[in-house]
Design a protein around this ligand. Structure first.
Ligand code: SF4
Ligand code: SF4
Length: 56
């Protein structure tokens, strides 16, 4: 997951992830990418559109 620089670390995305794999730390977001199922709920939940799915 790509986190854009305008992320304000509000924790909204972490709160909606059904797998609970997003951790908000001080000025970083950690994703357990191995477990992510790409449901994009976090992407849609971000109020400032700061998340973008990495295309591999
Ligand atoms: S919801 Fe958006 S602004 Fe809030 S912590 Fe997640 S990525 Fe950052
Ligand atoms: S895409 Fe879905 S599973 Fe992956 S971090 Fe976002 S909400 Fe969680």
């Amino acid at each position: 997951m790509i986190v854009r620089e305008w992320c304000m670390y509000c924790g909204e995305c972490a709160g909606v992830c059904p797998l609970n794999i997003i951790q908000v730390r001080e000025l970083t977001l950690e994703f357990d990418e191995e477990k992510c199922n790409n449901c994009k709920i976090c992407v849609k939940a971000c109020p400032v559109n700061a998340l973008e799915e990495e295309v591999v």
